[in-house]
Design a protein around this ligand. Structure first.
Ligand code: AVJ
Length: 329
């Protein structure tokens, strides 16, 4: 089917260059403690495993956020009158659809801008949406939201959505920098809908990252397969154990891969060999958990002002709707 309402652009810059991953992996694996950038979880298999995680009984985040979206989308559309919906990062179509339907019902929405680092996700996502919503103008952009957001032309009337507690994968400093780039994308008077997981009982948080079926463990281990494939490595996933716990001081889940025994790993493309001790951990992810004050402070520091705070009766998860207050850096 030939669609008339879709345009795809590739803006992927430096960060897409083949040696970027090599540089980042070398730096991470030779530092102490060793670490791997969590963005490398998401190859095709990793994205499938994450989808599976969202359906696990222990992983409450996605369901809690979806329920909040369904309850708040009409109010968000009525308040913001958004003409363009912008979604950086791989968003599940379900979330986006809830907001699109509300924007169309309100009569304000005209345009959809989907940004993804993966060529297939951006193109496929945009085409699916264009087919499903023939009245919408759909723009798919291939870009890394950590590096290329500044290349997307500005526009008025934007609502940028950054959902799924993806912001939680960044430290406060990184998160603030990312929110400032999102602010530039949102434009003067633009809006941001941010999804954040909230601090709660340790047992609930830890269960969400240590599911009984071991899907999260597979998801964590998959990062080694990604590294192997791209950098000609010989990591053996079975030689590592999944470790995830709540660090209360930092208010975040920290995930690691722990070597079950001492062994060496070689990355051919990097001409790098690392010697791991028994029990040595490779840090793979942080998933920050917020209080309302922490979200407010993060948004304020980035130049946004909170207009609405949507949460469930148990304070499981929050959606905050905020507006660009100042484009000053
Ligand atoms: C998609 C990044 C929000 O941190 O909760 C799920 C990824 N990691 N289980 C999260 C994830 C382990 C997830 N984010």
């Amino acid at each position: 089917m030939k669609l008339q309402n879709v345009v795809i652009d590739d803006l992927l810059g430096e960060s897409g260059a083949p040696d970027t991953m090599g540089r980042e992996v070398r730096a991470g694996l030779t530092s102490s403690p060793r670490r791997l950038p969590s963005k490398y979880f998401y190859d095709t298999r990793g994205s499938e495993l994450f989808e599976e995680i969202t359906r696990l009984p222990e992983y409450y985040l996605t369901r809690a956020e979806q329920a909040l979206l369904e309850a708040s989308a009409p109010a968000i559309a009525a308040l913001t009158q958004f003409r363009e919906l912008v979604e950086p990062g791989a968003g599940s179509a379900k979330k986006t659809r809830t907001l699109i339907d509300a924007g169309l019902a309100e009569g304000c929405l005209e345009r959809l801008l989907l940004v993804d680092v993966s060529h297939e996700m951006a193109e496929q996502g945009a085409r699916t949406m264009a087919g499903g919503y023939p009245g919408l103008e759909v723009h798919g952009v291939i870009a890394d939201f950590e590096a290329d957001l500044g290349k997307i032309p500005p526009a008025d009337g934007r609502l940028v959505v950054f959902l799924g507690s993806t912001i939680g994968n960044f430290t406060r400093t990184e998160g603030q920098a990312l929110l400032r780039r999102i602010k530039a994308l949102a434009g003067e008077g633009g809006w941001l809908l941010l999804g954040t997981d909230l601090v709660k009982e340790r047992s609930v948080l830890e269960a969400a990252y240590n599911d009984s079926r071991g899907v999260t463990a597979q998801f964590n281990g998959n990062i080694l397969e990604v590294v192997n494939r791209h950098l000609d490595g010989n990591f053996v996933t079975g030689r590592f154990e999944h470790v995830a716990f709540f660090n209360e001081v930092e208010s975040r889940i920290e995930s690691y891969l722990r070597a079950r025994s001492a062994h060496s790993v070689r990355l051919g493309k990097l001409d790098l060999e690392i010697d791991l001790d028994k029990g040595e951990m490779i840090h793979t992810e942080i998933s920050c958990k917020y209080t309302r004050e922490a979200v407010t402070s993060l948004l304020t520091a980035a130049g946004f002002g909170i207009h609405r705070w949507f949460t469930d009766v148990d304070d499981t998860f929050a959606l905050s709707l905020s507006r660009v207050e100042s484009q000053e850096p």
